[in-house]
Design a protein around this ligand. Structure first.
Ligand code: ZN
Ligand code: ZN
Length: 670
C-alpha cells in the first residue's frame, strides 16, 4: 500500500524524477485541458530577452510568478500561461554589432540593413535553450511551445493597430525637441529608459567669465557641461533675485550677491547691487567665434542676458548659460526671447567642423580641453569637481546628451489623470508602490518619446507625403489597409526595415506619393502591447483577448515600475481606458551574501543552473519564499539555501519516510 522511500536528502536528484513525470505525462498541459469549463485566473508573463543569459534574479521572479498560478490551478482555476519573448530593440542590435565587430550606425549602413536585421533575428534566440532549461529546472510552468514573439508579423500588426488607434485620438505628434539622446546608439531614448540608467559621477564644473560687450566686466556663469559652452547663445538670470557688481583682484564680476562668498572666497568688494531684471538685455561678447559673425548678423538677440524663474541660487553663480540645442529649459527660454539656435555637435556626439578647435572630438572628451582653453585665455575663474546623478544609456552605458532632435511622441502628459484612475484599481504588493514610486511616476508622466532612429524594431507605421507643400501624414493600422492603399504590396510582406521602407502609398490629398517615416519604435511599446498583441487582437482571437483581459496577476522586478509595469499601464489606458492588471507583486533584487549587487563584471554573479543543480529547485524556491517578503532585496548564499533545505525539507522528508515505513507495517488505512 505504501511505497517505502529512501531517507537520503538528495532532493536535487529526486526532482529530476518529478520533472520527468511531469514531462512524460504532460501534467502542465493537462492542468489546463482538464479545466475546460473552470473559472479562469489570468496571468501575464513579462517577456525576457533571450539574447541575454538568465541570472539568479530571474529565478526569483520565475519562482514568484509560478507560485500564484500554481496555487490557483490547485484551487480548480484554469490558468493559461503563455510565455513571451521580447525580441526587438537596442539590446539585440548591440549584441549583433559586437558579434560583427562593428559599432554605430554608419558601419551598420555599410554592412547593409537587410543582412543586419537578419542577423538580429537569429541573435534573438541565442540563449533560448538556456532559458528553457532554467525555466523547466526551476519548475516554472509556462507554455513555451507557443509563445508570443514581438518580432513576428502578427504581433507587429497588433502593435500597428494600437498606434493607429492612438493616432486617431490625436495623441501622436512629431516635434523638434531636446530629448535624452545616446550618441553611440544614435537615437533618442524615452524617460522610462533614461530612469534606468542613472549613475553618480564626479566631473569638473567650470566658473566661466563672459566679457560684457562695452566694458571690462565679466558675467560669471557656472556650468556642469563645459562642452555646451561653444553653443552658448545667452545668459539667464532670475529677475527677482539680487545681483552685484563685485571687484576682486582687479577684475569686476557680475553674479548673484548671495553666492559671492561661496564662489569668490575672501577679499572682494561689492561695488553695486542690482536686481536681475536690471541685467535683462545686457550684451556680452561670444565666448568663441565659431559661428558668431553670421549668427550675430542674423539675430540681434545673440549673446544677451535674459530672465527666467528657473534660475535658482541653490548653487552656481545665479547666472546660467543658455544653449538651446542641449537643454529643455534652454530651448524654452530661447524661444521666448527669440535667441538663435547654435548646434556645434553632430549626431555621434562629436564637435562639427565649425568648432575647429575640437572638430571630431567626443563632447565628454572635449570637456577638459575646453576648460583648459578658457583658462589659457583668462576666462576661467576656476574649475571644481562636482558630483551629480547623470543618465547613461541603459544598454551601452554611454553618457546621454540632452540634444535637440526631430522625434515622435505620445502625449502622455495629457493622460495623467486617466493613468492615475487606472492605477486606483490596482492592488500593489508592496502597497507603498501604488502611491509612491509608481504613482509619482504617473503623476509626472512625460510625453513618451516613441521613435528610435534605429533598425531592428517595429517600424513606425506613419507615411508622409513626399510633396513638402502637402506633407499629409497617415498612420496605417493593418496589413489589409496597407494592401488596400497599394495593391502591389505582397501578401507575405515582412513588417520590418528595410522591406517596409520600399512601400510607397498614394497621397489622398495631392497627386504625390507618400513614404514611411524612417524610424522604428521604442521596444518597450512592444512589450506593453502584449495583452492584445499576444493574441493578434483585434484581427483574431477576440474571445481569448476578452477572456484574458485584464490580468489577475503579474510579477516582475522593481526596475519594471518604470519599464513594463508602466508601458502596460500606459498603452491599456490609451486603448481601453483601464489598467491591464489587477494585482502586482514587485520583486526585490538579488544581492550577494555581503549585500552587494550581483553582476558579471563584479565577478559575484551566481549561475542559476549551478544553484539549481547543487541545491535543487525546491530548496532555492523555499529560500526565496521564506527568506523575507518577495519585494525585499534578498542576499543569496549557498549556506543559507542549504540551511533552509536541511531544516524544513529535511524534517519534512524524514517525517514522511518514517510515516511511510510504519504505516506499511501497521497497514494503516487513513
Ligand atoms: Zn547607447
Ligand atoms: Zn500629398
Amino acid at each position: 500500500m505504501y511505497k517505502k522511500v529512501t531517507t537520503d536528502l538528495n532532493f536535487a536528484a529526486r526532482e529530476q524524477d518529478v520533472l520527468a513525470l511531469w514531462r512524460d505525462n504532460k501534467i502542465f498541459e493537462k492542468s489546463i485541458e482538464l479545466r475546460e469549463d473552470a473559472p479562469v485566473f489570468t496571468f501575464y508573463d513579462g517577456p525576457p530577452t533571450a539574447n541575454g543569459q538568465p541570472h539568479i534574479g530571474h529565478v526569483i521572479t520565475r519562482a514568484v510568478k509560478d507560485l500564484f498560478p500554481r496555487y490557483r490551478t490547485m484551487k480548480g482555476f484554469r490558468v493559461l500561461r503563455k510565455a513571451g519573448w521580447d525580441t526587438h530593440g537596442l539590446p539585440v542590435e548591440l549584441e549583433v554589432e559586437k558579434q560583427l565587430g562593428i559599432s554605430g550606425k554608419p558601419e551598420i549602413e555599410t554592412y547593409g540593413v537587410e543582412p543586419f536585421i537578419e542577423k538580429c533575428k537569429e541573435s534573438v534566440w541565442k540563449y533560448e535553450s538556456l532559458w528553457r532549461e532554467m525555466s523547466e529546472r526551476v519548475g516554472y510552468w509556462a507554455d513555451m511551445d507557443a509563445p508570443y514573439v514581438t518580432y513576428q508579423n502578427n504581433y507587429i500588426e497588433s502593435v500597428w493597430w494600437a498606434l493607429s488607434e492612438i493616432w486617431k485620438q490625436g495623441l501622436i505628434y512629431k516635434s523638434y525637441r531636446v530629448v535624452p539622446y545616446c550618441p553611440r546608439c544614435g537615437t533618442p531614448l524615452s524617460s522610462h529608459e533614461v530612469a534606468q540608467g542613472y549613475k553618480d559621477v564626479t566631473e569638473d564644473s567650470a566658473y566661466v567669465c563672459f566679457r560684457v560687450a562695452d566694458r571690462d566686466e565679466y558675467l560669471l556663469a557656472w556650468t556642469t557641461t563645459p562642452w555646451t559652452l561653444p553653443s552658448n547663445v545667452g545668459l539667464c538670470v532670475n529677475a527677482k533675485e539680487e545681483y552685484a557688481r563685485i571687484s576682486q583682484n582687479g577684475r569686476v564680476y557680475i553674479m548673484a550677491a548671495a553666492l559671492a562668498a561661496d564662489v569668490l572666497g575672501e577679499g572682494y568688494e561689492i561695488l553695486e547691487t542690482l536686481k536681475g531684471k536690471d541685467l535683462e538685455g545686457l550684451k556680452y561678447e561670444p565666448l568663441f567665434d565659431f559661428a558668431s559673425p553670421e549668427i550675430a548678423a542674423n539675430n540681434p538677440n545673440y549673446c544677451t542676458v535674459v530672465c527666467d524663474n528657473y534660475v535658482t541660487l541653490t548653487d552656481g553663480t545665479g547666472i546660467v548659460h543658455i544653449a538651446p540645442a542641449f537643454g529643455e529649459d534652454d530651448a524654452r527660454i530661447s524661444k521666448a526671447y527669440n535667441l538663435p539656435l547654435l548646434q556645434l555637435v553632430d549626431a555621434q556626439g562629436c564637435f562639427i567642423k565649425d568648432a575647429y578647435l575640437w572638430t571630431g572630438k567626443f563632447v565628454k572628451d572635449a570637456d577638459p580641453l575646453i576648460i583648459k582653453e578658457l583658462a589659457n585665455r583668462g576666462q576661467l575663474l576656476k574649475k571644481s569637481a562636482y558630483t551629480h546623478n547623470y543618465p547613461f544609456c541603459w544598454r551601452c552605458h554611454t553618457p546621454l546628451l540632452y540634444y535637440a532632435r526631430d522625434a515622435w511622441f505620445i502625449k502622455m502628459s495629457e493622460m495623467r489623470d486617466k493613468l492615475l484612475s487606472s492605477n486606483d484599481a490596482v492592488n500593489w504588493l508592496p502597497g507603498h508602490m501604488k502611491e509612491g514610486r509608481f504613482g509619482n511616476w504617473l503623476e509626472n508622466a512625460a510625453d513618451w518619446s516613441l521613435s528610435r532612429e534605429r533598425y531592428w524594431g517595429t517600424p513606425l507605421p506613419i507615411w508622409i507625403c513626399d510633396n513638402d507643400d502637402c506633407g499629409h501624414r497617415h498612420c496605417v493600422g493593418s496589413i489589409a489597409e496597407l494592401k488596400s492603399l497599394n495593391p502591389d504590396v505582397p501578401d507575405d510582406i515582412e513588417l520590418h526595415k528595410p522591406y517596409i521602407d520600399a512601400v510607397k502609398l498614394p497621397c489622398p490629398k495631392c497627386a504625390g506619393a507618400m513614404t514611411r517615416t524612417p524610424e522604428v519604435i521604442d521596444c518597450w511599446f512592444d512589450s506593453g502591447s502584449m495583452p492584445f498583441a499576444q493574441w493578434h487582437y483585434p484581427f483574431e482571437n477576440e474571445d481569448m483577448f476578452k477572456q484574458q483581459f485584464p490580468a489577475d496577476f503579474i510579477a516582475e522586478g522593481v526596475d519594471q515600475t518604470r519599464g513594463w509595469f508602466y508601458t502596460l499601464m500606459a498603452i491599456s489606458t490609451l486603448l481601453f481606458g483601464q489598467s491591464p492588471y489587477k494585482n502586482v507583486i514587485v520583486t526585490g533584487l538579488g544581492l550577494d551574501e555581503k549585500g552587494q549587487k550581483m553582476g558579471k563584471s563584479l565577478g559575484n554573479a551566481v549561475s542559476p543552473l549551478d544553484a539549481l543543480t547543487k541545491h535543487g529547485a525546491d530548496a532555492v524556491r523555499w529560500f526565496m519564499y521564506v527568506n523575507s517578503a518577495p519585494w525585499n532585496n534578498f542576499r543569496y548564499s549557498d549556506d543559507t539555501v542549504n540551511e533552509g533545505a536541511r531544516r524544513f525539507m529535511g524534517t519534512l522528508w524524514n517525517t514522511y519516510a518514517f510515516y511511510v515505513l510504519y504505516a506499511e507495517i501497521d497497514q494503516f488505512n487513513p
